[in-house]
Design a protein around this ligand. Structure first.
Ligand code: NAP
Ligand code: SF4
Length: 683
């Protein structure tokens, strides 16, 4: 079998002008925070690993062409020759590994999080507190020149090209849309004027950089906002930027202010490839050969190959999957797809970090963006290592330690590995957790860890080991609600793991991550729209942009009726699920609202009885209310399960405690895996 037999289209080279990309994998632009530092060595190390891993074309996170275009104060910018010199370390690293790299030019316009923001019209965006200045005609010209200067500096820095960011609702998109561009001069008015900015930028940049430089144009193909572009406008612009000199057109899906999820884990895989296919058909009919790139929720080589085979695109863009596994392409090429650490699209360590102004990483790969910090070296001395608990923390510690050369035994009291992941994967919209379990099992199989299932390790069992790692996880917290021993009371474990039958009216106590998961599980009728792209589009109100501008269905979201009446409660006042992910919390809240889940905050739990759950409101607790229900499900957080660790410590033995067993508050798989990996590197 030839090495490329499984993914022949994906691994086929692509000629862009005079440059030949080694395959059809584009690492999509993603801000990581590494761009914002003066020291670009960590960025170079991050891209070097992805280039070594076989990526065809890397696109950097966005760099502003000038101060007005900054995403936030002092964000990464390429506007001077001294900055260009600093980028040399990045381009050299990628070229030394046989890769190609383009710099993304990102002008944020009114999305800028600083007071110097500019836009076509003085209209504040819903996602920035700053009202932009309206650009004068000379101001528009200055922005165009800034784009061109940035492209020339990128060329000087050794980049193979640039990506001109024309989508996601940033400056260029703001010019294109009549909703954000209310100008009456040559840059506003009818569509031919509103699209002038991107066409001039591409045309004049091409003239400046010459024919050999790759120009990627990121075209917003479906805006997903009111007042978004019509399909004929998208096609007109696509053809115009191709004619103006774009080497390849990348797909943009949805403005940042859109209220439709576009990349979250509950979005079906390749959910928007059909939009790129529509444009491809238009290009083919017009005899335009400019290649197109599909993007969004493409996370396995199978899905990527399928997109290319069915003719939806000429190349695929993946960003997060390459954070999750720098070796993605090589593994696919070597017929080792089962070894790929699959991105589960959780956003927890990548985009959630970036939106909190922290450096990105990856939940399933803590080395992402920390390539110079977390380094796995062979162990100086082979030790016998015992790991207790086969959840994400325990498996990561075990496999990393084994990979370093230790003799590792993993003890698990239950019959299966995975711990809490086995519950998460049952929640509709969280099917990607199956991939995480698949990968963890594969790692156990390939690193030589000796796994002992159905074995509750005792302190005595652990006597022969040099190192003991306790990753025994958590127990549900006892909320001590009067009447909680009533038969109608269940725990989330009963619902998500034990398959207990739940009645039609349910009160869920606790609105953290697990309370939301349980509520989503209960309202869905065993049908996950994540696995049914058409149903998902109907649920969220996405339609063909040829039928409605921006692709927003005129009838709005059409969710299926909920399977149960669910009330979700928390003691804290304020918005439920405030602790959920920064970029995904709104999706969970919207999904539950669409299923008519009633969310009530600021309550006290008085008692549980035949009638249901009695709550009170306010500090004086006199305002009583019965939540009549068949079941009450407790999702009131968790406490560390540390009995074994305490016993070992009491015997004076040294023990490493990680994950939920160490600290249950704010526990999530991200911290558990990160702690485990770092510990394993020190043994
Ligand atoms: P959690 O997020 O800490 O939520 C616990 C909930 O229980 C809160 O709503 C809390 O709200 C309530 N609570 C706490 N003590 C209580 C008490 N004594 N009596 C009654 N209610 C009480 O914990 P979790 O839901 O168990 O989730 C565990 C971890 O897994 C979290 O870190 C979570 O982020 C993670 N996780 C994440 C996701 C995700 O989608 N990203 C999904 C599942 C789990 P009040 O105190 O206001 O009542
Ligand atoms: Fe993918 Fe989650 Fe890692 Fe982000 S943190 S790259 S979404 S697995």
């Amino acid at each position: 079998m030839s090495p490329n037999a499984s993914y022949p289209r994906l691994l086929e080279p692509l000629q862009l002008g005079t440059k030949r990309l080694r395959n059809r994998v584009l690492m999509g632009s993603m801000h990581t925070g590494l761009e914002d530092s003066r020291d670009l060595q960590p960025l170079a190390a991050y891209f070097r690993e992805r280039a070594r891993g076989g990526v065809g074309l890397i696109v950097t996170g966005g760099f502003a062409p000038n101060i007005a275009g900054w995403a936030k104060p002092f964000a990464g910018m390429l506007a001077s020759r001294s900055a260009a010199r600093r980028h040399g370390v990045v381009t050299r690293a990628v070229h030394e590994e046989g890769g190609h790299i383009a710099l993304q030019i990102l002008h944020t316009g009114r999305y800028a999080y600083h007071p110097l923001a500019v836009a076509p019209t003085r209209l504040k965006s819903p996602i920035s507190p700053f009202t932009p200045f309206e650009l004068s005609a000379r101001g528009v010209e200055r922005q165009i020149r800034a784009f061109i200067r940035c492209a020339l500096l990128a060329q000087e820095a050794g980049y193979d090209g640039v990506e001109i960011m024309g989508s996601e609702g940033y400056l260029i998109n703001q010019f294109i849309s009549a909703a954000t561009n209310q100008r009456t001069d040559d840059w506003g008015g009818d569509y031919s004027h509103r699209m002038r900015l991107p066409v001039e930028i591409v045309q004049r940049t091409r003239e400046a950089v010459g024919p050999d430089f790759i120009l990627v144009y990121r075209l917003s193909m479906i805006d997903l906002v009111p007042g978004g572009s019509r399909w004929d406008e998208v096609v007109t612009l696509g053809k115009a930027v191709a004619a103006a000199g774009a080497s390849i057109i990348n797909t943009g899906i949805g403005w940042h202010e859109a209220r439709i999820p576009t990349i979250a884990t509950s979005v079906p895989r390749a959910a928007f490839a059909w939009v790129t296919r529509k444009l491809k058909q238009e290009f083919e009919a017009a005899g335009i050969s400019t290649p197109l790139v599909a993007s969004n929720r493409i996370n396995t080589p199978e899905v990527a190959e399928q997109i290319l085979v069915e003719g939806s695109a000429d190349m695929v863009s993946m960003a997060r999957p390459l954070l999750a596994d720098a070796e993605f392409v090589n593994k696919a090429a070597q017929g080792r797809a089962q070894d790929i650490n699959t991105c589960i699209a959780c956003n927890q360590a990548c985009l959630d970090h970036v939106f909190r102004n922290e450096r990105a990483s990856c939940l399933v790969n803590p080395r992402a963006c920390r390539e110079t910090e977390i380094v796995m070296r062979p162990a100086a001395q082979r030790k016998r290592v015992a790991v207790v608990g086969a959840g994400p923390a325990g498996i990561t510690a075990a496999t990393w330690a084994a990979e370093r050369g230790h003799d590792v035994h993993l003890f698990e009291s239950s019959a299966e590995i995975g711990g809490q992941l086995n519950m998460a994967r049952r929640v509709p919209g969280k099917e990607e957790f199956d991939e995480m379990l698949r990968y963890l099992q594969r790692r156990l199989d390939t690193t030589g860890v000796q796994v002992h299932l159905n074995q509750k390790a005792t302190a005595e069992d652990l006597l022969p080991f040099d190192e003991i790692i306790v990753a025994t996880g958590v127990l549900p917290r006892d909320p001590r609600i009067p009447g909680q021993d009533h038969p109608k009371v269940l725990s989330y474990i009963d619902v998500l793991r034990n398959g207990v039958t739940v009645g039609p009216r349910v009160a869920v106590v606790g609105a953290g991550g697990i309370g939301f998961d349980v509520a989503e599980f209960l309202v869905s009728a065993g049908h996950s729209t994540t696995l049914d792209a058409q149903a998902w589009r109907r649920e969220w109100g996405v339609t063909d942009p040829a039928e409605a501008p921006g692709g927003l269905a005129p009838q709005g979201p059409q969710p299926d009726a909920p399977e149960r009446d669910v009330v979700l409660l928390q003691r804290r006042a304020g918005k439920p699920g405030a602790g959920l992910g920064k970029t995904t919390g709104w999706i969970h809240r919207t999904a539950l609202k669409m299923k008519r889940v009633q969310m009530i905050g600021g309550v006290n739990y008085e008692r549980i009885a035949d009638q249901g759950l009695l709550i009170s409101h306010g500090p004086r607790r006199e305002d009583l209310q019965w939540i009549e229900c068949d079941h009450v499900v407790l999702c009131t957080g968790q406490v560390p399960l540390r009995a074994l660790a305490d016993e070992l410590s009491a015997q004076g033995r040294q023990v490493h405690v990680i994950g939920g067993a160490r600290e249950a508050g704010e526990l999530d798989a991200k911290r558990a895996i990160d702690e485990a990996a770092r510990l394993a590197c020190t043994l």
